[in-house]
Design a binder for this molecule. Structure first.
Ligand code: G6P
Length: 611
C-alpha cells in the first residue's frame, strides 16, 4: 500500500531516503514525507502529491542528518494533504513515526490521549502511535520499552519506522501483518517495505516476521520478539538485479513488463519442464498422487488480476484433472465460513505475496488444517512464508500497478499445476503431456510475434479512443480473459468497461448497447466460435463497433466485425495467455492516448495490505 524507507549510517540520509521513496512510489503516491535526525533534534518535511513536490520542498529547505525515515502514502484515514502525510510526530517532535497498514482501535486511544491533553493535528490513525509512544516515554520509560508498551495497546496491521529525539543513534522498526525488511550494509543499515527501495545499497536483508521489533544502529541490528527475546535470523541475499526495477529505455514500466513476458514465460516453463523431461518437476511442492488422494476439495483464492489467473487455473484443473474446484475472491472467501479441513487444498495466487485479504484466506485455511499452496512472485513475502508449499513464478519485480507479466506467469504456473495433478491422478497420459510440452516451449515465440505487431493495438486504440462504454465478451476461457482485459482498461484508462459471458449478454446488458458502443469480442476457442459469432451479430445489429481477437487464419469474421486482431494458433488451454496480450496492449495504448498516469493510476495501489 504505502511505502516505507529508513536509513542509519554515516552518509547524509535525505538523498538516500528520497531515492528509496522514488523506488516505492508505485506502492502509494498521494503524498510523501521524511523525518531526519540531525544529532540534536528531528526535522521533518512533508508534501501532498507526487514525490517531486517533496523534492522541491527539500531543495528549498534542506534538512541534514545521518538517520531518517521516509514514507510515500496511499490514503486510508484522512484525505491526501500535507498534514495527513507521514511521518507523524508527537507534539514536541520527540517521536516520529512512519506507518503502513491500519490501526483499528486508534479512535479509542485518540480519545484517551486527548483527555490527557494530547493535541492531534491530522485525521490519521498513525498519529495516535506517535503520541502513544510519546506518552509512555514521558512517563519515564526508555525508547525501546515505550515502543513495546505502545505495541501492547494498538490493534491492526502495521509496519512502523520510529525515531526518538533523544536517541540519535537508533532506528526502531516493527512489523505486524505488513511487510518490512531490514537492509544490512557496512557501517550503515536500512529499513524498507519493499526491496527495490534499498537495492542500490545492499543485497543482504533480514525479513522481519510478524510481531518482531528491530533495533537498528549504524553498526548493529538486533531483532526481538514481543517477549523481548532476541531472535536469530538468516540473512537473505537478493538475487535479482536492480535493472529489473528500472525502466530500461521504455517509457513506462507497464510496457516494459508487457515486453518481458516471452522471457518470463520461457523461464517458468524451462525451470519446471527441463528439455529432457517428460513430466513436470514440482520439486518441493507436495502434489504427488498420495498427497492428492487425501484431498477432496480444492479452492483457488486471490484478488484482482491474480484472481483472474486463478479462474483460469480452476477451469484447467477441472478440465484436465476432473476434480471440482471453487474459485473465489479473497475478500469474499474469508467471510463465507468456507468448508475447510485436512482434506482441502487451498491454492492462493498473489504477485506481491502481501495482499491482506489473500493472506487472511490462507490463515483461515491453515487454522482449519487445510493444505495451502501459494503461487507467488515476491520471494520471502508473507504469503510465501506462511504457505505449506510455494510455486515461485520468479517474474522479477513488477512495478507497474496494473499487473501484466505476473498474470502470464501465474497462468503458466497454474497450468503446470493442473497438468501435473492430471498426470498424478491418471487423467493425462505422457503422450498427451508431450504435446502440451511442445506447445509450452513454443509459447514465448508466439507471445513475441504478438508483441512485434503492437502497431495494430496502437492504431485501434487511437481509432476508438473516444469510446465511453466498452464491453468485453467471450465464452469459456475467452470469457475469463475478457474479465482481465476489461479490468486493465478500467485500471489504467479509467474507461467504463464490463466483461460479460457472451451468451449472457442478451439477459440484460444488451440493453446498454447503442450506436458506437465498443465491444471487444474474444473468439479464440474454436469450438465456441460459431456461438460467439452469433453474439457478435446481435451487438452489431444494435449499432456496436466490434473488435474481434481471433486465431490466425479464421476468416469467419469477414463482414461481421469492424476490426480483427489475430493471434498465433496454439493448444486451446494455452491460448488464453496469447489472447490476453492484445488486451494488455490495447489498454496500454488507450491509456497512453488519453494521457493517464499509466504506471501509477489514480486511487490504486500495487500491494493492498489493508482489507
Ligand atoms: C491490487 C493491484 C492489482 C493486483 C491485486 C492483487 O489491486 O493493483 O494489480 O492484481 O492487488 O495483488 P497480488 O499482489 O495479491 O497479486
Amino acid at each position: 500500500m504505502c511505502g516505507i524507507v529508513g536509513y542509519i549510517g554515516r552518509q547524509q540520509a535525505p538523498p538516500i531516503l528520497m531515492e528509496g521513496l522514488s523506488k516505492l512510489e508505485y506502492r502509494g503516491y498521494d503524498s510523501a514525507g521524511i523525518a531526519v535526525h540531525d544529532g540534536h533534534k528531528i526535522n521533518m518535511l512533508k508534501a501532498e502529491g507526487k514525490l517531486k513536490n517533496l523534492a522541491a520542498k527539500l531543495s528549498e529547505n534542506p534538512v541534514e542528518g545521518c538517520v531518517g525515515i521516509g514514507h510515500t502514502r496511499w490514503a486510508t484515514h484522512g484525505a491526501p494533504s500535507d498534514v495527513n502525510s507521514h511521518p507523524h510526530t508527537s507534539e514536541d517532535m520527540t517521536i516520529a513515526v512512519v506507518h503502513n497498514g491500519i490501526i483499528e482501535n486508534y479512535l479509542s486511544i485518540k480519545e484517551e490521549l486527548s483527555a490527557k491533553g494530547y493535541r492531534f493535528v491530522s485525521e490519521t490513525d498513525t498519529e495516535t502511535v506517535a503520541h502513544l509512544i510519546d506518552f509512555y516515554y514521558k512517563a519515564g520509560n526508555d525508547f525501546f520499552d515505550s515502543v513495546f508498551m505502545a505495541l501492547d495497546r494498538i490493534e491492526g496491521a502495521y509496519a512502523l519506522g520510529i525515531l526518538c529525539k533523544d536517541y540519535p543513534d537508533t532506528l526502531i522498526a516493527v512489523r505486524k501483518n505488513c511487510p518490512l525488511v531490514v537492509g544490512i550494509g557496512e557501517g550503515e543499515n536500512f529499513i524498507a517495505s519493499d526491496i527495490p527501495a534499498i537495492l542500490h545499497h545492499t543485497r543482504d536483508v533480514y525479513f522481519l516476521d510478524d510481531n518482531e521489533i528491530a533495533v537498528i544502529k549504524t553498526d548493529d541490528i538486533k531483532i526481538f520478539d514481543r517477549e523481548k527475546n532476541t531472535v536469530e535470523r538468516e540473512v537473505f541475499n537478493v538475487k535479482w538485479d536492480i535493472d529489473a526495477a528500472e525502466k530500461g529505455g521504455y517509457e513506462h514500466f507497464m510496457i516494459k513488463e508487457i515486453n518481458e513476458q516471452p522471457k518470463i514465460v520461457q523461464d517458468v516453463v524451462s525451470r519446471r519442464i527441463p528439455e529432457s523431461s517428460d513430466t513436470i518437476d514440482l520439486e518441493g511442492i507436495n502434489l504427488r498422487k498420495e498427497d492428492l488422494e487425501k484431498i477432496n476439495r480444492i479452492y483457488v483464492v486471490a484478488c484482482g488480476t491474480a484472481y483472474h489467473a486463478g479462474l483460469i487455473g480452476k477451469h484447467l484443473i477441472e478440465k484436465v484433472a476432473r476434480i471440482p474446484v471453487v474459485a473465489d475472491v479473497a475478500s469474499e472467501f474469508r467471510y463465507k465460513d468456507p468448508i475447510l479441513d485436512e482434506h482441502t487444498l487451498l491454492i492462493v495466487v498473489s504477485q506481491s505475496g502481501e495482499t491482506a485479504d489473500t493472506l487472511e484466506a490462507l490463515r483461515i485455511a491453515k487454522r482449519n488444517n487445510a493444505r495451502v499452496l501459494a503461487v507467488v512472485n515476491a520471494v520471502g513475502s508473507s504469503i510465501a512464508r506462511e504457505a505449506d508449499d510455494v510455486f515461485y513464478i520468479l517474474a522479477g519485480p513488477e512495478i507497474s500497478v496494473a499487473s501484466t507479466k505476473a498474470f502470464s506467469a501465474q497462468v503458466v504456473a497454474l497450468e503446470l499445476i493442473a497438468f501435473h495433478i492430471a498426470m498424478e491422478v491418471g487423467k493425462m497420459t505422457k503422450e498427451e503431456f508431450a504435446e502440451i510440452k511442445e506447445e509450452l516451449y513454443a509459447l514465448p515465440a508466439k507471445i513475441s510475434t504478438i508483441l512485434q505487431k503492437d502497431k495494430i493495438e496502437k492504431l485501434l486504440a487511437e481509432k476508438y479512443l473516444q469510446s465511453k462504454n466498452v464491453f468485453f465478451i467471450g465464452r469459456g476461457l475467452d470469457y475469463l480473459i475478457s474479465m482481465e482485459g476489461s479490468l486493465k482498461l478500467k485500471e489504467i484508462a479509467y474507461l467504463h468497461s464490463e466483461a460479460y459471458a457472451a451468451g449472457e449478454l442478451k439477459h440484460g446488458p444488451i440493453a446498454m448497447i447503442e450506436d458506437s458502443t465498443l465491444v471487444i469480442a474474444l473468439a479464440t476457442q474454436e469450438e465456441l466460435f460459431e456461438k460467439t459469432l452469433s453474439n457478435i451479430k446481435e451487438v452489431k445489429a444494435r449499432g456496436a463497433k466490434v473488435i474481434a481477437i481471433a486465431l490466425e487464419g479464421n476468416d469467419g469474421f469477414k463482414g461481421e466485425v469492424d476490426d480483427v486482431i489475430y493471434i498465433p494458433r496454439a493448444n486451446k488451454m494455452i491460448t488464453p495467455i496469447l489472447a490476453n496480450i492484445p488486451a494488455q496492449l490495447f489498454a496500454y495504448y488507450v491509456a497512453y492516448g488519453l494521457g493517464t498516469d499509466i504506471d501509477q493510476p489514480r486511487n490504486l495501489a500495487k500491494s493492498v495490505t489493508v482489507e
